[in-house]
Design a protein around this ligand. Structure first.
Ligand code: NDP
Length: 271
């Protein structure tokens, strides 16, 4: 019998997850169906319950429900608990298991697809929202020299510094107070690019060898990637690779098979 999976969010029509998971299923010959479900803002839990009652085996959770998903899971993986956000449910043994695969997806994209090590590097993480929370622990587990978190509202970066300092060298900052140094990897985990905006970044933070990584993806380079290119940065990446890799990690959790992501990333980049 075909196993059912879904991504739930609001809005959801733009989601590429059904396309990605159905491509994984064809490649690995898994008999699944994967759909996108729009949940009204205050009906996340009932939407999840209905899907479970209909025999659903698992779900991905996207904006704005990742933190609420954390609360309704009966058990959490360590990475989801520490992130305080869940992007994957597995329905098994009568309960909801919550996981967060965003960080693993980012690390796989940077270290395996882009072949850039994180270990020993100076990293700037821009943003302190849900996406940033999900990647801090996986980044620290790679043992960077330092991880600076900069946010428009500096207090939120300070809270993350307090929460994550036990796992590694974390420094909180506002954009204009960034330490007078450049970074090896700069990750834009803000939603600024969605509005074609750019945090106020000092230009001296880039070198030509810096990796500028925008978690957002679109057909055109984002404002952040354009700005980095103007500063002479040669290594530019958007979030398509992370999107496919976090999906592959969810697929592995559900099906026990890791799909090959390379062709799928290449095909999505052509669209
Ligand atoms: P949140 O709403 O939780 O957080 C938004 C963050 O962006 C906050 O830190 C906010 O700062 C900051 N911000 C928003 N506008 C500006 C601006 N104009 N200037 C400076 N900072 C700004 O969003 P998420 O964390 O959930 O998502 C962030 C991005 O990551 C989105 O673009 C999303 O699409 C992407 N993403 C990509 C994934 C992938 O697989 N590729 C996975 C998950 C997310 P403040 O605190 O001051 O408000």
């Amino acid at each position: 019998m075909t196993d059912r999976y879904a991504v739930v969010g609001n809005p959801i029509s733009h989601s590429k997850s059904p396309q990605i998971h159905m491509a994984f299923a064809r490649q690995t010959q898994q008999d699944i169906h994967y759909e996108a479900i729009l949940a009204p803002q205050n009906e996340f839990q009932s939407t999840v319950n209905t899907f479970r009652q209909q025999g659903g085996k698992g779900m991905n959770i996207t904006v704005p429900f990742k933190q609420e998903a954390c609360q309704i899971a009966a058990s959490l993986t360590e990475r989801a608990r520490i992130a305080g956000a869940v992007n994957t449910f597995k329905f098994a043994d009568g309960h909801i298991q919550g996981d967060n695969t965003d960080g693993a997806g980012l690390i796989r994209d940077i270290t395996i697809n882009l072949k850039i090590p994180v270990t020993g590097k100076r990293i700037l993480l821009m943003g302190a929202g849900g996406a940033a929370r999900g990647v801090i622990l996986p980044l620290l587990q790679q043992h960077p020299t330092r991880l600076v978190i900069a946010n428009r509202t500096p207090q939120k970066a300070q809270l993350l510094q307090q929460q994550f300092s036990e796992f590694g060298p974390v420094i909180a900052s506002g954009y204009m107070d960034l330490p007078g140094e450049c970074f090896d990897i700069i990750i834009n985990a803000t939603s600024a690019s969605l509005n074609n905006a750019l945090p106020e970044l000092p230009s001296k933070i880039f070198t030509t060898d810096t990796l500028a990584y925008d978690m957002m993806y679109s057909t055109e380079p984002t404002r952040f990637l354009n700005y980095a290119a103007q500063q002479g940065v040669r290594h530019l990446a958007d979030g398509i690779g992370m999107l496919v890799e976090q999906a592959a990690e969810s697929f592995y959790l559900w099906r026990g098979i890791r799909p090959d992501t390379r062709n799928i990333i290449t095909n999505l980049k052509k669209i």
